[in-house]
Write a protein that binds this ligand. Structure first.
Ligand code: GDP
Length: 568
């Protein structure tokens, strides 16, 4: 009947037409493309076959939206920084001051993200501060954040998690705004923060860099408007666009199981429009959207790009970071979810630890850069190892330490390495059992060293593996031409005697006459009597044919050589 609507005729008419074609169908059946084409042609129109692609792996499914369909969408922001520097207070302040109390009795419920209206512009905030969620999502291949706000307390300074947050944001390639918080405190020292952040390669705009720093107080609200203005300015430059006129696609932010409602999932729509009743697949589960609520707990019927919503109706709980996509029919959604489930299972079985070499092979094809997450026992060794590694960089292969720190190898190190295609190197430190498990799960190999030169040596070897191989010629033998046979088809055959070494099938040759080279090229065939052979050793006779050369004489000398890969 959707075909009938498009053609502007009644569905029963089409059924009649189909019956006249000998096809018994009812109104709800899905018509095949071929049959639809016949019907459509009958109405004097043509049907454009939509591309049939396997969209079960929709993470990689890239829809090319028509430029005309694209509209600006609100930016999605993640707040990161060290514990107690004020992330939660900031998110709460922004939410309270810019979100109208929910119509559902003023009770706002946390769904992992919220959207504000600021001077007529919408901004979406991911409401789980810290980089655990950010990296967990990145580790699953999800990138939901357009801009990262890094909160640093002005009365404290750059702390380990500040550094981690910076590393994550930089490695994700997301624009960064630094919010220097707690400016209401007498001990606030924003210059010190700028200094310390500049050391992490975040040079403030005020100092000629490209990172905006905004002084704020999440308690008094000081500077927060200018923080939001800054975010909007970046969003404007980024021209974030989406197409509301397509099936929704996005990412799961968090899920919970509810006794009455079943699986409840908070999701962020990244493109398209999600409607009540839409069949969707999220991760490996599926279902029809049974309820759709906005971030204020209000029931809605549809939601567009950059909107966080809470849904029910799925037949299970997807994981945070899983992608979701809406489909035309529940049948299709079910089939795709089932296919994905099977694939996920076999993936799990297949998943092995990526070895050092594998990793380098992986990078080999593309950018020749080795990224390293480095953990050391003491500050002194951290500096020494980092310097030693970075010194290994050549014009062809760069080594980049994307994180270095003191202490045991943590889950966070592994997740960062996974998200950034890096290797984890531990110097006089070890991973905990949990970290080992996580590394195994993500397929990240951890290399442990106690001696710098050993590390340098292995790194060098791995780098050589990444370089294009070097070949060198190796002379394998000499032969003397003693008789010339003319053969139709192959040209002249040099009846030769191997003086030393061997002649090998497929080798290269140089022919010389009285000390002067007259030919260099390939050996086309090697025979003993009438048979093709692999090699002929010294002291034996053989028949040689050269590729494109037959102008040899008796007593010419054939030098045979091969190209061998040599270590650099
Ligand atoms: P989080 O761990 O980064 O989420 O930090 P919280 O938001 O929980 O804040 C940690 C503590 O710092 C709390 O006691 C807050 O009240 C306090 N705090 C946060 N922002 C400010 C601020 O701007 N000024 C002052 N004086 N205290 C703040």
């Amino acid at each position: 009947s959707s075909l009938a609507n498009k053609l502007g005729v009644s569905a029963p008419d089409i059924i009649k037409k189909l019956i006249s074609l000998g096809l018994m169908m009812n109104l709800n059946q899905v018509i095949s493309f071929e049959n639809a084409e016949i019907v459509v042609l009958d109405y004097g129109k043509t049907l454009k076959k939509s591309e049939t692609r396997d969209i079960s792996n929709f993470e990689e499914y890239e829809v090319i939206d028509d430029e005309a369909d694209l509209v600006l969408r609100p930016p999605v922001i993640t707040v990161m920084g060290h514990v107690d520097h004020g992330k939660t207070t900031l998110l709460d302040y922004i939410r309270k001051s810019h979100v109208a109390a929910g119509e559902a009795g003023g009770i706002t419920q946390a769904i992992g993200a919220y959207q504000i209206d600021y001077n007529g512009s919408k901004i979406t905030f991911i409401d789980t501060p810290g980089h655990a969620a950010f990296t967990a999502m990145r580790a699953r291949g999800a990138s939901v954040t357009d801009i990262v706000i890094i909160v640093v307390a002005a009365d404290d300074g750059v702390m380990p998690q500040t550094k981690e947050a910076v590393e994550h944001a930089i490695s994700a390639g997301v624009p960064i705004v630094v919010a220097v918080n707690k400016m209401d405190k007498p001990s606030a020292n924003p210059d010190k923060i700028m200094q310390e952040m500049a050391e992490l390669n975040l040079t403030p705009e005020a100092w000629g860099g490209n990172i905006p720093f905004v002084n704020i107080s999440a308690v008094t609200g000081f500077g927060i408007d200018s923080l939001l203005d800054t975010v909007l300015a970046i969003a404007e430059v980024s021209e974030l666009k989406a197409n509301p006129n397509r099936y929704a696609i996005g990412t799961v932010i968090e899920t919970r199981a509810d006794k009455a409602l079943g699986s409840v999932a908070s999701i962020l729509i990244q493109n398209g429009t999600l409607r009540l009743g839409d069949p969707i697949v999220a991760g490996t589960v599926y279902g029809r959207i049974r309820t759709l609520k906005n971030d204020q707990g209000v029931n809605i019927i549809s939601a567009g790009p950059s909107t966080p919503v809470e849904i029910t109706g799925l037949n299970g709980s997807p994981a945070a970071g899983d992608k979701f996509m809406a489909f035309e029919s529940e049948k299709e959604a079910k089939e795709i979810a089932e296919k994905r489930e099977i694939e996920a299972k076999s993936q799990k079985q297949k998943k092995e630890v990526v070895s050092f070499d594998d990793l380098f092979n992986k990078i080999k094809g593309g950018a020749k850069e080795i990224k390293v997450v480095l953990k050391c026992d003491v500050r002194g060794s951290e500096e020494a190892v980092k310097n030693a590694l970075e010194k290994l960089s050549t014009d062809e292969v760069k080594i980049k330490v994307i994180r270095s720190g003191i202490g045991g190898i943590t889950e966070s190190d592994v997740i960062l390495a996974n998200a950034s295609d890096a290797v984890v190197i531990g110097f006089n430190v070890v991973p905990s059992n949990i970290t080992k498990d996580v590394a195994k799960e993500y397929g990240v190999e951890i290399r442990l060293y106690q001696i710098i030169y050993k590390l340098v040596e292995e790194m060098e070897l791995a780098m050589k593996g990444m370089l294009d191989p070097v070949f060198e010629e190796k002379v394998i033998g000499h032969a003397e031409i003693r008789q010339i046979f003319k053969a139709s088809g192959v040209g002249n055959i040099a009846g030769s005697y191997v003086l030393d070494g061997v002649m090998e099938r497929g080798c290269k040759v140089r022919i010389s006459r009285e000390g002067e080279q007259i030919f260099e090229g390939d050996l086309a065939s090697l025979k003993r009597f009438k048979d093709d052979v692999k090699e002929v050793k010294a002291g034996f006779g053989c028949g040689l044919v050269f590729e494109g050369f037959g102008d040899f004489q008796e007593l010419d000398i054939v030098e045979a050589y091969t190209m061998v890969e040599v270590p650099r």
